[in-house]
Design a binder for this molecule. Structure first.
Ligand SMILES: NC(=O)c1ccc[n+]([C@@H]2O[C@H](COP(=O)([O-])OP(=O)(O)OC[C@H]3O[C@@H](n4cnc5c(N)ncnc54)[C@H](OP(=O)(O)O)[C@@H]3O)[C@@H](O)[C@H]2O)c1
Length: 332
C-alpha cells in the first residue's frame, strides 16, 4: 500500500532569477521514486545547503527544490527487506538535497543504497549534530591517521576552525591527543575554540598571501576546510612528510601553488569527499562517532532551529558568519 501524506517542506522557488525559500505543503506522491520513504525528524545545516538555497546551479539545477543534504528519521514505507518500516536511518550525501528533494522537508524518498541504519545508542538529533560536516571532519582526520599522523610529530592546523566541519575536526583531533592550532577569522570564537580543545587560536592572517614558494615549517599536519589562497599558504608551512586533508572551498576553488612543498618536503595533499564514497565507508565513521570518537562538547553545544529560521541561518553560511553545528528540528 502506498502512503499518500501531506507534509511541510522548506522549498526554494526561482522568481525572475531570485531564489526564495519558504514553507510549502507537499504530498509524499510528489517525491521522487525510490525504495524507501522516510519520515525525517531532523536535518543538519551545511555550506552546500546554502549554495543550493541561493540558486547555485553547480549544486541544484532545477527549482522549485527542497534542499537538505542530510536527513535522519524513520522508515515508513520500504521495498527493501533490510530496511523495514520503523527502522531509524541516516541519509547523507549522494544526490540528497542536490537534485533529489532533501532533508528540509518532513519526508524524503530515496534508494535503499543511500540509507545507513542508526548506530545503537544514537537518535536522529545526535546523528544530525554531526551530519555531513561531522562526517567530513571524521574522514579528514581518518585520512591523516592513515598517512601515519601522530601527536608527537607536532602541531596540527585546522582552517575554517569555527565552521561546521572545522569545529568537529578541532574537537576530534584534540580528543585523539593532537596539539591543535585553530585558524579562524572570528576573534570572538577564540574561547569556544579553546573549549573544544584547541591549544592555540590564530587569525586568518597566519595564512596571508606571500610570494615566497616555501615558508618556515610550523605544522606537522593539517585539516583544511577553506581551499583557495589560504590552502596554498598552508602547504608552504607544513613540515617534511606532513599531510593536509583538503575538503572545502569557501575561500575559493582555485589552488595556485608550486610543486616545491611536494618535491622538497614530501608534503601530501589528501582529497576528502564525503558525498560519493561507498556507504560502508560512511557507516564506519558514524560507528566511530557513536563510540570512541564521540565529540561530547560539539554534541552539548549544537543549536536547534525550526524551518522558520532556515533562511537567516543559510545566509550566514554564505557570509562566512556561521559557526558550530546547527540542527534542523522539524517539530520546532
Ligand atoms: N568534500 C566534502 O565532501 C565536503 C563535505 C562537507 C563540506 N565540504 C566543504 O567544506 C567547506 C566548509 O563547510 P562548512 O559546512 O564547515 O562551512 P562553514 O560552517 O561555513 O565553515 C566554513 C568556515 O570557513 C571560514 N571562512 C569562511 N569564509 C572564508 C574565507 N573567505 N576565507 C577563509 N576562511 C573562510 C569561516 O571560519 P573562521 O571564521 O573560523 O575562519 C567559516 O566558518 C565548504 O566549502 C563545504 O562545501 C566539503
Amino acid at each position: 500500500m502506498t502512503i499518500n501524506t501531506e507534509f511541510q517542506a522548506w522549498r526554494v522557488q526561482e522568481n525572475d532569477g531570485a531564489y526564495v525559500g519558504g514553507e510549502m505543503t507537499l504530498n509524499t506522491a510528489d517525491l521522487p521514486e525510490g525504495d524507501v520513504l522516510i519520515r525525517v525528524s531532523h536535518s543538519s545545516l551545511n555550506y552546500k545547503d546554502a549554495l543550493s538555497a541561493s540558486g547555485n546551479k553547480g549544486v541544484t539545477r532545477v527549482f522549485p527544490h527542497t534542499p537538505g543534504i542530510d536527513a535522519a528519521g524513520e522508515v515508513v514505507e520500504s521495498a527493501n527487506a533490510t530496511l523495514p518500516a520503523g527502522q531509524a536511518v541516516i541519509v547523507t550525501g549522494y544526490d540528497l538535497g542536490m537534485n533529489t528533494d532533501g532533508g528540509f522537508g518532513e519526508y524524503i524518498r530515496v534508494p535503499a543504497s543511500w540509507c545507513i541504519p542508526m548506530p545503537s545508542g544514537w537518535n536522529a538529533r545526535t546523528a544530525m549534530i554531526y551530519g555531513t560536516a561531522g562526517l567530513t571532519a571524521g574522514l579528514c582526520v581518518q585520512k591523516l591517521l592513515t598517512m601515519g599522523a601522530k601527536p608527537e610529530q607536532g602541531k596540527v592546523a585546522v582552517t575554517g576552525a569555527s565552521g561546521a566541519v572545522g569545529s568537529v575536526a578541532v574537537e576530534l583531533l584534540s580528543k585523539l591527543g593532537f596539539d591543535v592550532v585553530a585558524i579562524s577569522g572570528k576573534a570572538s570564537h577564540a574561547e569556544s575554540l579553546k573549549a573544544l580543545g584547541a591549544s592555540e587560536v590564530v587569525g586568518r592572517e597566519a595564512l596571508a598571501e606571500d610570494k615566497k614558494p616555501l615558508a618556515k615549517p610550523v605544522y606537522a599536519n593539517a585539516v583544511d576546510t577553506v581551499g583557495g589562497a589560504p590552502l596554498a599558504e598552508l602547504l608552504k608551512q607544513v613540515q617534511h612528510s606532513g599531510s593536509v586533508s583538503c575538503c572545502g572551498l569557501v575561500a575559493g576553488p582555485a589552488l595556485q601553488t608550486t610543486v616545491l612543498p611536494f618535491i622538497l618536503r614530501g608534503v601530501n595533499l589528501l582529497g576528502v569527499d564525503s558525498v560519493e564514497i561507498p556507504l560502508e565507508a560512511k557507516a564506519a565513521v558514524w560507528e566511530k562517532f557513536a563510540s570512541d570518537w564521540a565529540c561530547e562538547k560539539t554534541e552539548a553545544s549544537a543549536k536547534d532551529i525550526g524551518r522558520a529560521e532556515l533562511d537567516r541561518a543559510l545566509k550566514a553560511f554564505l557570509k562566512g558568519e556561521s559557526s558550530g553545528k546547527i540542527v534542523l528540528d522539524h517539530t520546532l
